[in-house]
Design a protein around this ligand. Structure first.
Ligand SMILES: *Cc1c(COP(=O)(O)O)cnc(C)c1O
Length: 389
């Protein structure tokens, strides 16, 4: 999302920090993903950004959803999402949440362990389960590998166990790691998934679901493969490794790539100070209030309005709270004259920002969230007040 004249005007006259969301990007992202992978059903990963208007828009476009907890399920159901279009994709579920999901019509659950199979068999008899295989998340900025999924042989035995327990062994999932730069990771994972399909077919268990997970990247500071290119690799890999599966159902669970480029965070400089050889710039937004991913040095494009080719220097960028972890970047290039009250933008911050923001740490509130329409209203209101003064 670009710094539009509206965003710039809002940053000048409204309180910061705020996150502006342009839902047109979400709609375009959804459509281009649907067009890039053959016959794919999209299950939006709610955790990336659970803004009601994003969920409603995606529902209206025909999207399904990947939920991780009772809270996310309740939010989706309250918006009128059909439970048949919700997958309970967390492999670490509360038993009472499994029961609740099943009673409310959700029939699809992720597993990567025998114990999770037992919890589902106890509370959702006959449910469809898919086993998550692990991937190596090198090539991704935000790994989701070690904690989730297990090896191919283990997934096979978990799904066999589910079958014996009266569940429907339904398919295989994986996640190549979030913000993945390597399109061939999907190929490798589909090949691994096909081994599970094949070995279980030999035992008379016929899987139907291939769940491609998330992982597609958003443009930040490094070049990324386009959704279309990743889609081509996926289409070819499915044709090569899974052509023989009758009635294969392919789903994907994008989070970041649905909403990342739909957001822009505007903040302000509260303080600039020199410490030894380093220059520190402190903002009104930080790690605990929206920029959580920067703790793993996840790089957003940081913009301060200056003329092109304005001189820059390396500075340290930090948030406002009384905690040293609240340091955004140890080294980032900023205009040499960046100073008090300057507006600092974090580009393409629609995913995994506001969701992580603490509502009360240090008594600092999270950035206010505006859709473009809401931002226009807020600006108009503020201008009216200013005119009266
Ligand atoms: C977080 C998550 C996703 C979304 O991943 P992105 O990299 O944001 O696309 C998809 N599936 C599962 C199970 C997840 O936990």
């Amino acid at each position: 999302m670009k710094i539009t004249p509206l965003v710039r005007q809002a940053a000048e006259i409204l309180d910061t920090p705020f996150l502006a969301l342009d839902l047109n990007y979400v709609e375009n992202n959804y459509k281009s993903l649907k067009n890039s992978i053959n016959n794919v059903d999209v299950y939006y990963a709610v955790k990336a950004n659970s803004h009601t208007k994003i969920l409603s828009l995606l529902k209206d476009l025909g999207s399904s959803f990947d939920a991780a907890s009772k809270g996310e399920i309740d939010k989706l159901l309250s918006l009128g999402v059909d439970p048949n279009n919700i997958s309970f994709g967390n492999t670490i579920k509360k038993e009472s949440d499994i029961k609740y999901a099943w009673e409310n019509g959700i029939t699809m659950f992720a597993v990567d362990s025998e114990m999770e199979v037992e919890k589902i068999a106890r509370n959702a008899p006959g449910a469809k389960v898919y086993g998550r295989i692990s991937t190596s998340s090198n090539d991704a900025d935000w790994p989701l590998s070690d904690k989730f999924g297990t090896d191919v042989d283990h997934v096979i035995s978990i799904l066999e166990y589910a079958h014996r327990k009266g569940l429907s062994a339904y398919g295989v999932s994986f996640h190549v790691g979030s913000q993945s730069y390597n399109k061939y990771k999907w190929k490798e994972a589909i090949l691994n998934a096909s081994e599970v399909f094949e070995k279980l077919a030999l035992k008379g268990i016929h899987l139907k679901l291939l769940n491609l997970g998330g992982g597609m990247p958003v443009q930040h500071v490094k070049p990324i493969p386009e959704v279309k290119e990743i889609g081509e690799v996926i289409n070819e890999s499915i044709k090569e490794y899974l052509y023989w599966v009758d009635g294969l159902k392919v789903i994907t669970e994008p989070g970041r790539s649905m909403v990342g480029n739909a957001g822009i965070m505007a903040s302000r400089v509260l303080l600039r100070s020199r410490k030894g050889t380093k220059t520190w710039v402190y903002l009104d937004v930080g790690v605990f209030h929206g920029l959580m991913e920067t703790i793993e040095n996840f790089r957003y494009e940081v913009v301060v309005d200056r003329k092109e080719n304005h001189e820059t220097m390396e500075m340290t960028l930090a948030g406002p709270s009384c905690d040293s972890v609240d340091t955004i970047y140890d080294e980032v290039e900023l205009p040499v004259d960046v100073g008090y009250n300057d507006v600092v933008y974090f580009m393409n911050t629609g995913a995994y920002t506001i969701e992580y923001a603490s509502p009360h740490f240090n008594g600092i509130t999270p950035p206010e969230v505006f859709t473009i329409e809401e931002l226009q209203e807020a600006v108009d209101k503020k201008l009216a007040i200013m005119a009266q003064q």
